[in-house]
Ligand binder design. Structure first.
Ligand SMILES: [Zn+2]
Ligand SMILES: [Zn+2]
Ligand SMILES: [Zn+2]
Ligand SMILES: [Zn+2]
Length: 101
């Protein structure tokens, strides 16, 4: 049954990788405070106008994309949030997995 166990482990690993991580990135959080993210990985990625593959896991995140391009996100909701030094919760929803009710 060794093969079967390996198969299960592989499927499980794939499922973990496939699950999307919807949480605000370190870069978005830093941006909300009017700062630039100081993570080495992020600084390096942003120099090349790229997303940090480690921290900015959602390639479709409007704010992460804007940060990578060295721009401000133009979404109304994000602009309004950044005025209050907040992260836009609509585009950067909090991770809900860890919540215990
Ligand atoms: Zn970052
Ligand atoms: Zn990073
Ligand atoms: Zn945005
Ligand atoms: Zn938004």
């Amino acid at each position: 049954m060794k093969l079967f166990k390996t198969l299960i482990a592989t499927v499980f690993a794939c499922a973990l990788l496939a699950s999307p991580v919807y949480a605000e990135s370190c870069c978005v959080k830093a941006k909300a405070k009017g700062k630039a993210c100081e993570h080495k990985c992020c600084v390096t990625a942003h120099k090349d106008a790229k997303l940090c593959e480690k921290c900015q896991t959602d390639a479709n995140n409007c704010c992460d994309k804007a940060i990578a391009a060295g721009k401000e996100c133009t979404h109304k909701c994000c602009v309004a949030a950044s005025k209050d030094s907040k992260v836009c919760e609509k585009c950067n929803p909090e991770k809900k997995e860890d919540k215990k009710n």
